[in-house]
Design a protein around this ligand. Structure first.
Ligand code: NAP
Length: 228
């Protein structure tokens, strides 16, 4: 399979990328961290490809997609994984620039990547778009209101997209569960260490994603099952 993953430099995106490559799939990934992208390029040469890219920049996302599509063709799976978490605080204490950055990455970035890749998937007539949601895209907790807002948005955006896609394509919002990543450490602190590591999570999550197709389009998925 040909798999595009955003936010592939660490955390869940990195673990998915490594699992897919280890199991014979071809991965094209992006993230902002130049050193991590260099490391991925060095470890996983062509046909895999890794680019230093900020998903909030639509022109650069378009150029990236053009190159990836030119080399690989339309992806079988487009995994919108890149996202930010706010520093825990009541909503009225979250600075405007932090709030805006979360909307730009967690919602705008997903739309930018969809705009750049989905026309080629429609042209081919197949492919699955998986947008990383969260438990906090279906429930709430105090001090993470900006994050909740973006992940509830991802549920709505993805289900509306599913209603727009032609037969043969799918769009699925996926709650990955709770995993010990930099993001989780930002909200749970030391408590994050008691949750599974990304590499362990990927052993179940990566094949589960590969099983998502048109029959699942528009359903809220969690690794291992569906909520509606
Ligand atoms: N961990 C959990 O328990 C959990 C639970 C529910 C949902 N999720 C969701 O799962 C996904 C992955 O989370 P994670 O825990 O792996 O987070 P993470 O450890 O913070 O990793 C986030 C990834 O996104 C990339 N990224 C952030 N901003 C970007 C941008 N503007 N452009 C391109 N890449 C960007 C980061 O790389 P750079 O810094 O190099 O750009 C990094 O590779 C997110 O959508 C998150 O909301 C995670």
């Amino acid at each position: 399979m040909k798999i595009v993953i955003t936010g592939v430099t660490r955390g869940l995106g990195r673990a998915l990328g490594e699992w897919y490559i280890a199991h014979g799939h071809t991965v094209a990934g992006c993230g902002r961290s130049g050193p991590a992208i260099f490391d991925l390029r060095f470890t996983h040469p062509e046909p895999h490809s890794f680019d230093a890219l900020d998903v909030t920049q639509p022109v650069k996302v378009g150029l990236w997609a053009e190159r990836v599509l030119g080399v690989l063709g339309a992806p079988d799976f487009l995994i919108n994984n890149a996202a930010l978490m706010n520093a825990p605080a009541p909503l009225w204490k979250v600075p405007a620039d932090e709030f805006a950055a979360m909307l730009a990455v967690n919602i705008g970035g997903v739309a930018n990547v969809i705009r750049a890749f989905v026309p080629a998937m429609i042209e081919r007539g197949s492919g699955t778009i998986v947008n990383l949601s969260s438990g906090w895209g279906r429930s709430v907790s105090p001090e993470v209101a900006p994050y909740c807002a973006t992940k509830w948005a991802i549920e709505g955006l993805t289900k509306a997209l599913a209603a727009e896609l032609p037969a043969g394509l799918a769009a699925v919002p996926l709650n990955p569960g709770v995993i010990d990543t930099d993001m989780l450490q930002k909200c749970f602190g030391g408590g994050a260490a008691s949750y599974p590591k990304p590499e362990e999570w990927a052993k179940t999550a990566a094949p589960f994603i590969l099983g998502l197709g048109p029959e699942d389009s528009g359903k809220s998925a969690s690794v291992g099952g569906f909520e509606d």
